[in-house]
Design a protein around this ligand. Structure first.
Ligand SMILES: *[C@@H]1O[C@H](CO)[C@@H](O)[C@H](O)[C@H]1NC(C)=O
Ligand SMILES: *[C@@H]1O[C@H](CO)[C@@H](O)[C@H](O)[C@H]1NC(C)=O
Ligand SMILES: *[C@@H]1O[C@H](CO)[C@@H](O)[C@H](O)[C@H]1NC(C)=O
Ligand SMILES: *[C@@H]1O[C@H](CO)[C@@H](O)[C@H](O)[C@H]1NC(C)=O
Ligand SMILES: *[C@@H]1O[C@H](CO)[C@@H](O)[C@H](O)[C@H]1NC(C)=O
Ligand SMILES: *[C@@H]1O[C@H](CO)[C@@H](O)[C@H](O)[C@H]1NC(C)=O
Ligand SMILES: *[C@@H]1O[C@H](CO)[C@@H](O)[C@H](O)[C@H]1NC(C)=O
Ligand SMILES: *[C@@H]1O[C@H](CO)[C@@H](O)[C@H](O)[C@H]1NC(C)=O
Ligand SMILES: *[C@@H]1O[C@H](CO)[C@@H](O)[C@H](O)[C@H]1NC(C)=O
Ligand SMILES: *[C@@H]1O[C@H](CO)[C@@H](O)[C@H](O)[C@H]1NC(C)=O
Ligand SMILES: *[C@@H]1O[C@H](CO)[C@@H](O)[C@H](O)[C@H]1NC(C)=O
Ligand SMILES: CC(=O)N[C@H]1CO[C@H](CO)[C@@H](O)[C@@H]1O
Length: 563
């Protein structure tokens, strides 16, 4: 106990630059709590691939985020390459509200927006160059070919599908017809699930034929008949009921076209003032609330998909709809939210979670918190993991604190085939702000994730550190003395010395920032490294676990333990 919190304090102190906090306040005395970890994967989730943590990006802002075929946005691609270097393989869904006013024109080039003066988007026109730019993504990246259903023109949807497989026959993995049909003009189907399903099936079957013809028999057979994402609904209460739980009984998959059911998850919103007051740091970090939302709003559809024998995905999600909440979703709190949300859905058997990136959509709501930039150019969403370009509203292009969550998740799922389950919250920690997960590879415990989401601010006199006793489950560094605060950080090679002695050792990587509300990505560290300009800065710090098997996780920190 004498080194209580030495790990986290060293980490905090090393990266703290504020002169008033050169010495952190004394840690509150926390009792050691025991975490029960099942030794086998009995009751754990399905096996997850290293594409579990994936992305969705509103295609109107494609050029801002990704550049074009010959001039890729280097910052964005450095981040994507970091994710793959850490073991991830995100799927890209160029989807969102703007896919429903997108048009393919064979004579056009890079994506171009047609907008109102305040940045409202009437249309996004793309040519072959848009699809060609997909080649810039890391090797192995798969795409969802997203089609405009909102425009209610079969030709527009078909032409996009055909263009995607003409220019990128090998990269298209799925098709998706329409985004959030629950938000379309009500008169389109007059709230009839059957009318929606009839049109969806009519179009998708004709599009399948056109795509098959373009691809040729061999590649079409590889893609198979089950190639569609279906539903793409939100959890909003709407007249038109087309969540998976509604669509499946209505026979949407009677022709075996559905690959995965997609549902969108936004537990908070700044689309109107009433909901904006709830979009706080304290609320987005409340695991009890997140689990409740997942169980009540999402899980019934997930269960329906699984019972029908299909995978399901969080096709689009983020913390706070209508582009986030400034000073909440652009802080380190968002990193913790991303990790806990993805693990929450991983335990509930989602096959991927596509974190949404984009910019404010002026037509989405006329009383939302966010706006476009003053000149109508993009006002990047505050939940994005980066601001991909300089902008009037958000300032310099930069990496935001939440990016580091992607590296945590990439490493957590890197092996492929990982099963996961949540662990019973031990008494002695606040269940609203604490979650722990066990990972299994081949039925053997391989990792633990401990997420202490308790808010921790500069003015706090205690740090809400949780001290977790894992001695029954992991081998600490027997014969080693572990870290001793300041000095330990200079001895990264210690772990390798331990290995030379032939001792089986667990080690931990820590995600931390000085405080929950940190907005400077340069002060966020993952295993001791920062990634502010898209390149790793600093040495990787793998913390050996003391022989007593106790780990310390400060309020607003997450630990990934490798066993
Ligand atoms: C790609 O973008 C660059 C920079 O904006 C531009 O100069 C170039 O013309 C574009 N290339 C194509 C093929 O559109
Ligand atoms: C991607 O794959 C191609 C073909 O297998 C290979 O030539 C290329 O070097 C790979 N690129 C990277 C960045 O790994
Ligand atoms: C929806 O209802 C309106 C009003 O009753 C009617 O005019 C319209 O034709 C209906 N649309 C469909 C697709 O049934
Ligand atoms: C789709 O609907 C149109 C118009 O009602 C009809 O002509 C066409 O045959 C239908 N296609 C399929 C594949 O059902
Ligand atoms: C498209 O090709 C797949 C794979 O060969 C096949 O299963 C499916 O029935 C085809 N669909 C149409 C409409 O031709
Ligand atoms: C967390 O959320 C739950 C469920 O909404 C609520 O009952 C609880 O009071 C919240 N806890 C805190 C600390 O706000
Ligand atoms: C743990 O996961 C199960 C699903 O496996 C879920 O029903 C339960 O609510 C989760 N508990 C918490 C606290 O998230
Ligand atoms: C965010 O916080 C900063 C610093 O406390 C403050 O100056 C700014 O007004 C806040 N922005 C918003 C939109 O609340
Ligand atoms: C997830 O899938 C596994 C394996 O099929 C199953 O045992 C478990 O009950 C499922 N959990 C949930 C929450 O659906
Ligand atoms: C402590 O800081 C937080 C975050 O800036 C703030 O919300 C809170 O009001 C502060 N508390 C006190 C007692 O000043
Ligand atoms: C990123 O920043 C580091 C440290 O400031 C610098 O050494 C490196 O050259 C930068 N890399 C790029 C690609 O800008
Ligand atoms: C809302 C929208 O984008 N409508 C368009 C649908 O497509 C037709 C034909 O290209 C356009 O005229 C509409 O403006």
């Amino acid at each position: 106990m004498k080194h209580l919190n030495s790990l986290s304090w060293a980490a905090t102190a090393l990266i703290a630059t504020s002169p008033t906090h050169a010495h952190p306040p004394s840690p509150g005395r926390s009792n050691v709590v025991r975490l029960d970890v099942p030794d086998t994967a009995l009751g754990a989730s399905i096996a997850h691939s290293n594409s579990f943590a994936s992305f969705s990006i509103d295609p109107a802002f494609w050029v801002e985020f990704f550049g074009n075929a010959s001039n890729p946005n280097e910052l964005t691609f450095r981040l994507l390459n970091l994710i793959t270097e850490h073991g991830g393989q995100p799927i890209i869904r160029p989807g969102g509200i703007t896919m429903d006013s997108m048009i393919f024109d064979p004579s056009a080039g890079d994506p171009v927006r047609t907008t109102s003066p305040n940045g409202g988007i009437y249309r996004t026109t793309v040519g072959p160059a848009y699809y060609e730019s997909w080649s810039n993504f890391p090797n192995g990246t798969k795409f969802v070919s997203t089609l405009n259903f909102g425009n209610n023109s079969y030709e527009i949807a078909r032409d996009m599908a055909v263009a995607s497989v003409k220019y990128q026959p090998d990269l298209v993995e799925y098709f998706e017809l329409g985004n959030e049909p629950t938000n379309y003009d009500e008169a389109r189907w007059n709230d009839s699930t059957a009318a929606y399903v009839a049109q969806w099936k009519n179009w998708t079957s004709s599009i399948d034929a056109a795509v098959n013809e373009t691809l040729g028999a061999a590649r079409a057979a590889e893609l198979g008949s089950e190639r569609w994402w279906a539903s793409s609904a939100t959890t909003d209460k709407t007249g038109l009921k087309v969540r998976p739980v509604d669509l499946i009984p209505a026979g949407v998959d009677s022709a075996s076209q559905v690959a995965e059911y997609s549902i969108h998850s936004y537990p908070f919103s700044t689309c109107d003032p009433e909901r904006a007051v709830l979009a706080t740091t304290e609320n987005i970090l409340n695991h009890t609330g997140l689990a409740l939302y997942a169980d009540e709003e999402i899980y019934p559809s997930a269960r329906a998909a699984l019972d029908a024998g299909n995978p399901w995905v969080i096709g689009e999600f983020n913390s706070i709809s209508c582009s986030g909440n400034p000073n909440v979703s652009d802080t380190f709190a968002q990193a913790l939210w991303v990790i806990d949300s993805q693990l929450t859905y991983a335990t509930r058997n989602a096959s991927s979670c596509n974190l949404h990136q984009g910019a404010t959509l002026a037509f989405q709501s006329d009383n939302q918190v966010n706006t476009a930039s003053a000149n109508g150019s993009p006002g990047f969403s505050t939940y994005d993991m980066l601001y991909p370009r300089d902008s009037v509203l958000r300032g310099e292009a930069r990496v935001l604190p939440s990016f580091s969550a992607q590296l945590f998740l990439a490493e957590a799922f890197s092996t492929g085939g990982t099963r996961i389950q949540n662990l019973t919250v031990p008494s002695g920690v606040d269940p609203d702000y604490f979650a722990a997960y066990a990972f299994y590879d081949d039925d053997v415990l391989s990792k633990l994730a401990i997420v202490n989401m308790h808010p921790y601010y500069a003015n706090f006199t205690q740090d809400f550190s949780a001290s977790i006793d894992l001695s029954e489950h992991i081998h600490g560094s027997k014969g080693w003395h572990g870290w001793h605060g300041w000095h330990g950080w200079d001895k990264h090679e210690g772990k390798h010395e331990g290995k030379q002695e032939g001792k089986q050792e667990a080690y931990a990587k820590r995600l931390t920032a000085p405080y929950t509300d940190e907005t400077d990505g340069a002060k966020v560290t993952w295993a001791g490294q920062t990634f502010i300009n898209g390149t790793a800065d600093g040495e990787v710090q793998e913390e050996r676990i003391d022989r007593d098997g106790i780990v310390h996780v400060r309020g607003s920190e997450a630990l990934l333990i490798f066993i």
